[in-house]
Design a protein. Structure first.
Length: 252
C-alpha cells in the first residue's frame, strides 16, 4: 500500500517543510497586505523631504553669518544715515554748550556740584564721542568678531561645527533613523530658524544704535543727560555680546 498524500490545510496554504504554517504579521514591507506600512513610509518620506533641504541651508547660513556682525561702518548707506545724525549734532551742540555755560555760571549760587573743571571735559568728550561714534562702533564690531573666533579656536570654527552637525544628521536621515530622528531634525530646523531671526534682529538693532549714536553720545556733555549716553554704551555692548554667547553655545 502507498501512503496517502498529506491533507492540505483548511485555509488553502501549503505547509512548510516542518509541517507548520508560516507565522503571520512578520512582513513589514509596503504592500497590498500591509497598508499601515505604506502609510508610515509615506509620512516618513514626506517629513524627510521637508527637513533635509531646510537643514542643509540653515546650517550653511549658521556657519557663514550668524556668529559674526557685518562691518556696518563700511557700508555707504550706514555712512549716510549716520551722517544725517552727525549733522544734527553739529547744529544743536551749541545749545548744549550754552546750557553747560549756564550750569558753570550757577556754580556756588544755584548749585554747588558741577564746576568748570567737571563740565569742560564733558563737553569735549561728548563732542568727540558723537563725531567718532561710527569709527568706534566699527572697531567694537571687529573686536566682537575676533573674540567670537578666539572662543571657537582654530580647530573648531563655525564651518567645521556646522559640517559635523550636517553629516551626523544627514547620515541618520538617509539611513534607518525613523520618524523619531526626523522629528528631532525638524525641531532643530525650527530652532535654527529662531536663531536666524535673532541674527536679523541683532543686526537691525546694531544699525539703529549706530545711526542714533551721535544724538545719544552727545549727551555726555551734561551731567544731567549723561545717563542717556551710558545707556547707549550698554545697549551696544549687549548686542555685540550676543554673538559671543552664541559662539560659546556652538562650541559646547
Amino acid at each position: 500500500h502507498q501512503p496517502s498524500p498529506p491533507t492540505p490545510p483548511a485555509d488553502g496554504q501549503p505547509p512548510n517543510q516542518s509541517g507548520q504554517t508560516p507565522p503571520q504579521g512578520e512582513d513589514s514591507s509596503c504592500g497590498i497586505t500591509n497598508i499601515p506600512a505604506c502609510v508610515s513610509g509615506a509620512i516618513e518620506s514626506f517629513f524627510r523631504d521637508l527637513v533635509t533641504p531646510g537643514l542643509n541651508s540653515l546650517l550653511d547660513l549658521l556657519a557663514k553669518y550668524v556668529l559674526v556682525t557685518p562691518p556696518l561702518d563700511q557700508l555707504p548707506v550706514m555712512g549716510q544715515i549716520w551722517g544725517s545724525s552727525q549733522q544734527i549734532v553739529v547744529a544743536v551742540y551749541a545749545l548744549l554748550v550754552l546750557a553747560a555755560g549756564m550750569i558753570v555760571m550757577a556754580y556756588e549760587t544755584l548749585q554747588t556740584r558741577h564746576s568748570i573743571k567737571e563740565i569742560l571735559p564733558r563737553v569735549i568728550v561728548g563732542f568727540l564721542a558723537a563725531n567718532l561714534s561710527l569709527f568706534l562702533g566699527g572697531k567694537a564690531i571687529e573686536i566682537a568678531n575676533a573674540l567670537s573666533q578666539a572662543i571657537l579656536g582654530d580647530q573648531v570654527n563655525p564651518q567645521v561645527a556646522a559640517e559635523s552637525m550636517k553629516n551626523t544628521l544627514m547620515g541618520n536621515l538617509n539611513g534607518q533613523g525613523g520618524l523619531f530622528v526626523i522629528f528631532m531634525a525638524l525641531a532643530l530646523v525650527v530652532m535654527l530658524v529662531i536663531v536666524m531671526l535673532t541674527y536679523i534682529v541683532r543686526v537691525t538693532l546694531t544699525v539703529i544704535l549706530l545711526a542714533a549714536a551721535p544724538l545719544l553720545l552727545m549727551c555726555h556733555a551734561l551731567p544731567q543727560t549723561e545717563g542717556i549716553a551710558l545707556w547707549w554704551w550698554k545697549a551696544f555692548g549687549g548686542v555685540l555680546a550676543i554673538q559671543v554667547g552664541q559662539s560659546l553655545a556652538l562650541i559646547a
